[in-house]
Design a protein around this ligand. Sequence first.
Ligand code: ZN
Length: 307
Amino acid sequence: MIFSLKLPMQGPLKYVNAYLIKDGKESLLIDTGLPTQEDIMVLNNYLREYGYPDLVVITHYHPDHMGLVRLFKDSKILIHERELSYLNYLLSDEYEREMKAFFSANGFPHELIQKLFRNRNRFHDIIEGVTFNTVRDGDIIKIADKQLKVIWTPGHTMGHICLTYEDVIFCGDHILQDVTPNVSLLKLDDNPLKGYLESLDRVKNLDVEQLYPAHGEPFKEFRLRIEEIKNHHKQRLSEILRIIKAKGRANAYEIATGISWYKKWDDLSTFDKQLAIGETLAHIKYLIEEGTIKEINSNSIYYTISS
Ligand SMILES: [Zn+2]
């Protein structure tokens, strides 16, 4: 039996789905909800009815997915090895140093950079005292006489995973119907958009019927949705090329503020700006690695079209 546990969250997504799989006496929970009093209450209500899980699998480190992991200290908690190492990096001084220097060289205003790093400490609270067990691509997680298979789908985060179970796939934030999942450059040596596009194809080619997303209702037309998402990224890549061509050379701040987001740049919230910046950098990185643009790095960084 699959139970979908709808946990409220603010913003346009409205709720995050945790999924509880129950087979006889065994049960497994996928994702946990946000670290809010409301989600703790709603989640506990569900679990009092369905039973507490033996296993908890985290699709990725974002707070709406991993936020209540501390409630499950008696369960075995699984996360992809790459996600755990990223989380350790995120909480390190090295991360702050590297990223701040990069943003600053790329023309981002000091005040904005300070704001972007303000929220990072909440992850300390989220994972305090939690012991994680790591999984890798292809790992099998048994539940009663059935099994889930770990599908590593980097892109939305570096260690994001989906899980197949019979003819369904639990997809976290990898493929969503109503919004395009954010793909951000989270570590400077990564190429997340390349990984993401490849991960989309991986899911497209799996022998599954129905997709259970972390936001929104389960749906079957996910192969169509994958094509739409790929198109979206193609268009964004072209838009960035147009901006660089028009300017001759541009830094990441000029590119980010030049893209046609759903609102004018100045009207975006800090959170939206953070997503927009990460997204811009992911596309820039993709264009560099495919050889379309190049990075000029002296004291400051800017990008030009490759000749
Ligand atoms: Zn997410």
